[in-house]
Design a protein around this ligand. Sequence first.
Ligand SMILES: [Zn+2]
Length: 132
Amino acid sequence: MENRVIKSDKEWKEHLTTEQYLVTRKKVTEPPFTGKYYNYKGDGIYRCVSCGNPLFSSDAKYDSRTGWPSYYIPVSEDSLELVPDRDGVRVEVLCKKCGAHLGHVFEDGPQPTGLRYCMNSTALDFSQKDAK
Ligand SMILES: [Zn+2]
């Protein structure tokens, strides 16, 4: 991907809130049913809170009843990087542009993909679809 965003740990710490830093750089999972987007139904795009990379459309969002915002497909395959989690079980989802930890992907989502991209609200930044 073009224009990868590379910052030092110190720079990220300055750029992000403490909560955003812990989730996106230290891979802390926010408690379920606490994030601002798990039950959010706005019409628009969810971007990476760290770098603004477009990640998910509200069209792909569904209620997984897990307490985290869940999507069955990303805006583009190019926007995400999927890597084996260090727990050896799950698949971790990173922002391809800046390497931010976003959440995990599971294979129990709805069709047509059968995937559940389980995200931390804290890692996302919603922007409303242009009303015009
Ligand atoms: Zn990013």
